[in-house]
Design a protein around this ligand. Structure first.
Ligand code: FE
Length: 202
């Protein structure tokens, strides 16, 4: 798989580089503190970003026709709900079933589907996760408190600048609701990366 990473060839148009430059400038001018920026980033990692993905999952749980379209073309299915853009040009949705569990990693850096998940958490970017998710996914999952039956096959997907993967988790019996708004709050960010199941404690 080719893995074309902008930041290996620094480009002033790269949003990451531009953002870093703006952050430095704002902090230097005393307009904002580094702590405030950290808090904002944290909010995008944990709350604002993953809400979009949670809506996609909830809709797929409720609407089999939507689910079919989403699995056939993730980018188009996600765009139906109004989400798309930078770092989400091509998203492939992989579905968890009783026999297959999907786990997403970027082995080279931190490729992540921004439009549906926001910013990647720091553990996702860590060398440990990137190496071990592929080598020993079952052990990594166990560390997140996710224990799967031995017969469940774990598929590991390597996100890149070309293709970013997004997990459609299973809906447990305990998750009750008839609308996207009722179901979305149950869908955690980690369940859409594949490190946890829906309904598991965070
Ligand atoms: Fe990457």
């Amino acid at each position: 798989m080719s893995h074309d990473h902008d930041h290996h060839h620094p480009d002033p148009a790269d949003p990451a580089i531009r953002t870093e430059a703006i952050e430095q400038l704002l902090v230097e001018k005393g307009l904002v503190t580094a702590e405030r920026i950290e808090a904002l980033i944290h909010q995008y990692e944990e709350e604002i970003g993953p809400l979009n993905g949670a809506q996609v999952v909830a809709k797929a749980w409720l609407d089999p026709e939507y689910r079919r379209r989403l699995l056939a073309d993730g980018t188009a299915g996600i765009a139906e709900l109004g989400f798309g853009g930078a770092q989400g040009e091509r998203i492939v949705v992989v579905e968890n079933t009783d026999t297959v569990h999907n786990l997403v990693v970027c082995t080279l850096c931190s490729c992540y589907p921004w439009p549906v998940l926001g910013l990647p958490p720091s553990w996702y970017k860590s060398p440990e996760y990137r190496a071990r998710a592929v080598r020993e996914p079952r052990a990594v999952l166990a560390e997140f408190g996710t224990t799967l039956a031995d017969e469940v096959e774990i598929k590991v997907w390597d996100s890149s600048a070309e293709v970013r993967y997004f997990v459609l988790p299973q809906r447990p019996e305990t998750v009750v609701g008839d609308t996207v708004d009722e179901l979305a709050p149950f869908v955690s960010r980690d369940s859409m990366i594949g490190v946890r199941l829906v309904g598991a404690p965070q």
